[in-house]
Every structure is written in C-alpha cells, then in structure tokens.
Design a protein around this ligand. Structure first.
Ligand SMILES: NC(=O)C1=CN([C@@H]2O[C@H](COP(=O)(O)OP(=O)(O)OC[C@H]3O[C@@H](n4cnc5c(N)ncnc54)[C@H](O)[C@@H]3O)[C@@H](O)[C@H]2O)C=CC1
Ligand SMILES: O=C(CO)COP(=O)(O)O
Length: 333
C-alpha cells in the first residue's frame, strides 16, 4: 500500500483517485477550489464532474497543501496544462528524491511552448526530474469509473515507468510502459487539436470519409511535428498516438471533439468555452503548436486551419476548401 497525493479533483483526477484507492492505496485528493473540496468532503462524492459515485474511506479530500507530501511515494497531477505550473509551485518545496511525479494532463504551455514534464522540471529546478513519468492514452474518465477495459502507457525512465505501471494496473486498467516521454506527451497534447477538427467534421454534417481523412492526416502531422523533438516514430502507432487520437476524434465524451462540433454548427468559440465546465486542452495547444510550427518551419495544414478558425475567426467552409485545394503531393514526405 502506498500513499499517493492526487492534485486536481476534476473528472480525470477523481477517476484515477478511485482506481488507485481500489488498488488498495491511501489516496489524498487535493482540490484547488475550496468550496468544491468542502462539498466533496460533505457528500463524499464529486457531484461537479462524476455524480453518483461514492468515494471510499481510503480517499481523503483536502484543499490544504501544508505537509501534504508527508509519507507520500507518488505525487500525481491532473491539472489543465495552463494551470499546471501554479499547482507545482504549491508543492515543489515539499518534494524529496524518493517521490515519483506522475503527470496525467495533456497539453503544451502556451507562454513557454514547453511540454508538461518540462514545465515540472523547470519548477523543481531540474532536481528529481528523472522521477517524472507521463501517463497518457485513450482513457475517458467517464468509462474508467465504469471499469470498462482500458489501456494506457506510462512513459519515463524505465524503472520509474515500470513502478507506475505496477501501481495502476488491475483487471480493467492495463498499463504499458515506454521510455519515450517526449513522444507520449506530444501524442497526448496534439491529438486534442486534431479532435477539434474531427468535431468540426461532425458539426458540418460531413461523412465518415472526411473523419477518416482528418484522423489519418492528423496523425501524419503529429508524427511530422514530433520528429523535430526526437520522439520515437513507433510511439505514434501506439496508445498515446493513434489510440488516443481515435478515441478523442470519435467519442461522445470528448470535450475537444465537442468544441469542434459546436464550431461546425456555427457557434462562436467564446460562447462554446463559456458554456463548458471542463477544459478543452486543444484550444490553447493549437496556439502553441501553431507558433512552434512557424518557428521550425513544419508543414501543419490542419493545425494552421484550426488556428485560423479559432484565433482569426476565419470562415470554416472557406478553410475546408483551401485545405482540399492545396498543391497535390506524395502521401509520405
Ligand atoms: N477528463 C478526462 O477524461 C481526461 C482528462 N485528461 C487530462 O487531464 C487534465 C485534467 O482534466 P480534467 O480532469 O478533465 O480537468 P478539469 O477542468 O476538470 O480540472 C481539473 C482540476 O484542476 C484544478 N485546477 C483548476 N484550475 C487550477 C489552477 N488555476 N491552479 C491549480 N489547480 C487548478 C482543479 O482542482 C480542477 O478540479 C487535462 O489536461 C486533460 O486533458 C486526460 C485523460 C482523460
Ligand atoms: O484525453 C482524453 C481521452 O484520452 C480526454 O479527451 P477530451 O479532453 O477531449 O475529453
């Protein structure tokens, strides 16, 4: 039995806390918003995100940070990418070299263009950075809490990634490990952007051919982008690449696909985001990836199109036409 501190009691943090508690661990679930933490303490449920599920006794809910890491073996972050730095700053002074840091968020920090393990590394001043493991794959919280068979990949230094693999695995949650933290993080971050494009296809009422085109050419863009950062090519045919891309582009649960669908139906981005109580990571990540691809001269036509729709308010049908009428080229280049 290990003590695990989970920071972020959104849908994903809560689902993972439930899973870790079921695996026999002592879990401390930290919520940023005091009122929500109080509500969860009172009802022993997370009615804000995952109503109807009782939190077992081996999950302690808190909003307090003092001494939170005392006796902890693992510190897990499940925080929206643009807020992650803030969360790390709250606990970084309590970290010790024997605590494994697990990040489950998916995105790129816009202000620095850093991957999330790089944000963590920066905040802990490079100390213990070998302890950082990224946990990513096709895993909607809504299905994990129903214990539907799910797979995921833990990526980091081999020994640490294997410890995380052991910690989470059970008969409905199967964890693979990888040493390609860069590829796993980029796969998780970029698939959210492509899922917005897939949602636009749904919102416009286009067909299955179009959806398959977006997924496949989206994967080509993700691989092309990631090659510039020395990610392993094979990672993108795996769970954190193709696996997560498929689930996010097709799932009724996906927040990113939903944003795209509403855009395709003609809604304005600000109205869509204001009407949601959950984070759509693809929106800020499109900005970061667009800027990086311009800097590094990487051809990213889908990302470019999304950027123009979301950040420059360009007409979707006009952009779709431009995408289809580009110069013809070889499939793999
Ligand atoms: N929801 C899901 O099914 C999955 C989500 N993810 C990823 O996990 C991350 C979290 O996702 P959700 O749980 O859906 O997010 P969420 O929008 O529900 O927020 C999670 C938590 O972040 C914390 N938070 C919010 N603002 C903060 C701030 N300014 N400073 C510190 N903490 C703050 C709060 O505790 C909040 O409950 C995202 O990066 C998402 O892409 C990954 C896999 C599945
Ligand atoms: O990362 C996820 C599933 O693996 C969640 O995707 P959404 O944020 O689009 O719901």
């Amino acid at each position: 039995m290990s003590k695990i501190v989970v920071m972020g009691a959104g849908s994903w943090g809560t689902a993972l806390a439930l899973l870790l508690a079921e695996n026999g661990n002592e879990v401390v679930l930290w919520e940023f918003f005091e009122e929500r933490a109080k509500e969860m303490q009172k009802t022993r449920r997370n009615n804000y995100y995952l109503g109807g599920i009782d939190l077992p006794d081996n999950i302690t809910i808190t909003n307090k940070i003092e001494n939170i890491l005392d006796g902890a073996e693992y510190l897990l972050f499940s925080i929206p990418s643009q807020n992650l730095r803030n969360a790390i700053q709250l606990v970084s002074s309590q970290l010790t070299e024997d605590i494994i840091i697990i990040n489950t968020g998916k995105g790129i920090e816009v202000s620095t263009k850093l991957r999330l393990s790089e944000v963590i590394k920066e905040e802990i001043l490079g100390k213990y950075h070998k302890n950082i493991v990224a946990l990513s794959g096709p895993t909607h919280a809504e299905e994990v809490v129903k214990k539907l068979p799910t797979t995921i990949v833990a990526a980091g230094e081999e020994e640490k990634a294997q410890k995380v693999q052991e910690l989470f695995s059970n008969n409905y949650f199967r964890v693979y490990y990888s040493t390609d933290i860069t590829g796993v993080e980029l796969g998780g971050a970029l698939k959210n952007c492509i899922a917005i494009a897939a949602g636009i296809v749904d919102g416009l009422g286009y067909g299955d051919n179009t959806k398959a085109a977006v997924i496949t050419r989206g994967l080509a863009e993700i691989s092309r982008f990631s090659k510039n950062f020395n990610a392993f090519e094979k990672t993108f045919s795996g769970l954190a690449g193709m696996g997560d891309l498929i689930v996010t582009c097709t799932s009724q649960h996906s927040r990113n696909r939903y944003v795209g669908e509403e855009l395709g139906k003609g809604k304005k981005i600000d109205d869509i985001l204001n009407g949601m109580n959950m984070v759509a990571e693809g929106v800020p990540t499109i900005k970061a990836v667009h800027e990086i691809s311009k800097d590094k001269n990487i051809d990213m036509p889908i990302i470019e199109s999304l950027y123009r729709i979301i950040y420059e308010n360009e007409n979707i049908l006009k952009i779709a036409k431009v995408l289809m009428e580009r110069d013809l080229k070889e499939e793999f280049y």
